[in-house]
Write a new protein. Structure first.
Length: 481
């Protein structure tokens, strides 16, 4: 039996139609790209269970057809973003009184373009043309962007139904933040776009679900014995996967249980000091959750406690603004919302203010601290990092992550020795890198009078990296304060 007999029309594999006998488990990208190509073009119909050349029906039993549908949905959810809009139907027929089915998948043109297929960590954009699916051209990608609706990831719909009972963690979090009142009624959630008119959750809402365990909310929490990641012992390393409210509480408790505390004796009383002010800690965690780029698969929020500071790194640079190399003026930062729905939910839970004053509250929490203990922010194109100094560490944070060192001055030493040893403590550095860091030329003076002299004194270790000389501080001769 052939496809045209079942559908009642002559079907040729063209711009809008493609057939596959089976979904290839060994090379899913070979058919996933077809769905992406249809979404970026004018849409199309994808038949599974019919040969792609002869259109002969292969078909599935009812159970196998259901398995094929589930596999299709799982692969699309994992590898395609934003999620394509499609409907799946079973077409039934009989052969020798045996019931068989093929799958018909009608893929709509996406209003949100380009639709990206990400496989093995590599993103690709496909376009359907003349019965074939190929990589989109530069001109096609530009045109897609121009015609696309500018909609954020967290408000795009999923195929998961909303059920009130599946969000008890969110409601409990809301009550805790609102003195026992749950302001997140079904009506309130619907009004902010938590679910669609037909009851389907949006991407952002899915991340609040009690049983959510996927990687988009992954968090890594670590404690290091010293000042850097590269050379220090990891005292603690924990990973979290779960819903958003659970992630907030997890990070708060992780820091509370591990941060330092100290006491200042006053004339007639004692002043207790926490390493990180509670308000600054909470605002920093909320900021990382609210502005994280949840489209960046394979990434995680990284919370790291060092001897002198706490770092909270969140995937994705600040949304729609230039990157900031480093700034202590937190109140000057106006961060546009990347995740409108997630922010609105946190505002309703009284965990975030609609006016976006979180950075100002962090500054206020450190208002009485000296210049060595001022919080700051660094951003890059793929992440932003908030640094909260440890108020119990008197020396303050080390500039540019370079630790304060103690070593016996070397014979014929120079004014650059301490800077070189600090710069090379965590990682081996080439001569060119050291020259750039010191702001001097890559000269005989640098090589002979500074580097070779420190090597001879046993403070530096010389090595070779990619056929270039590199230097690393000898921890047996140089000690971190």
């Amino acid at each position: 039996m052939y496809l045209e007999e079942l559908t009642g029309s002559i079907t040729l594999e063209n711009l809008e139609v493609e057939c596959k006998a089976r979904l290839d488990r060994n090379n899913p990208q070979s058919w996933i790209k077809t769905v992406g190509g249809f979404s970026n073009a004018a849409g199309g119909t994808f038949y599974i269970g019919a040969e792609d050349k002869t259109f002969k029906l292969i078909g599935f039993t009812r159970k196998d057809a259901d398995n094929e549908r589930n596999y299709f949905n799982n692969q699309i959810n994992e590898h395609v973003s934003p999620r394509p809009q499609y409907t799946i139907s079973f077409l039934r027929y009989e052969v020798n009184q045996k019931e068989l089915f093929i799958l018909r998948i009608d893929v709509a043109e996406s209003p949100y373009k380009p639709v990206i297929v990400k496989y093995d960590g590599v993103p690709s954009i496909y376009m359907r043309r003349q019965g074939f699916t190929n990589g989109a051209t530069y001109e096609e990608i530009v045109e897609m962007s121009r015609s696309s609706k500018a909609v954020q990831y967290d408000v795009l719909p999923t195929d998961v139904d909303y059920h009130t009972e599946e969000f008890q963690d969110l409601f409990a979090f809301c009550r805790e933040r609102n003195e026992g009142k749950n302001t997140l009624t079904d009506k309130a959630l619907a009004s902010m776009g938590f679910f669609t008119e037909n009851g389907k959750l949006t991407n952002g809402a899915l991340l609040f679900r009690d049983e959510y365990r996927e990687g988009k909310t992954e968090i890594h929490c670590s404690v290091f014995s010293g000042f850097t990641k590269g050379s220090e012992r990891i005292v603690s390393l924990n990973k979290y996967r779960g819903n958003i409210t659970g992630g907030i509480q997890y990070m708060l408790e992780y820091v509370r249980q591990r941060m330092n505390h100290s006491i200042i004796k006053l004339a007639d009383s004692r002043l207790n000091i926490d390493a990180f002010p509670e308000r600054a800690l909470f605002e920093g965690i909320i900021n990382a959750i609210a502005h994280r780029d949840y489209e960046m698969d394979g990434t995680q929020i990284q919370l790291s406690i060092f001897r002198d500071r706490l770092e909270i790194m969140s995937p994705g640079g600040f949304y729609q603004r230039e990157k900031i190399q480093k700034t202590y003026d937190l109140s000057s930062i106006i961060s546009k919302r990347r995740n409108e729905l997630i922010c609105n939910v946190l505002v309703k839970c009284n965990a975030m203010e609609a006016s976006g004053t979180g950075f100002e509250k962090i500054e206020e929490a450190y208002l009485s601290a000296d210049e060595r203990h001022k919080p700051y922010i660094c951003t890059e194109s793929d992440h932003f990092k908030l640094v909260l100094p440890d108020l119990t560490y008197e020396a303050g944070t080390q500039d540019d992550d370079i630790p304060a060192l103690e070593f016996i001055p070397v014979a014929n030493g120079t004014k650059h020795d301490k800077a070189v040893l600090g710069y090379c403590y965590a990682s081996a550095r080439t001569t060119k890198e050291i020259a750039a860091y010191l702001g001097i030329s890559d000269s005989t003076y640098l090589r002979k009078s500074i580097l070779e002299n420190l090597v001879s004194a046993g403070c530096l270790i010389e090595m070779t990296i990619s056929r270039s000389k590199a230097y690393k501080t000898n921890p047996e001769s140089v000690r971190i304060l």
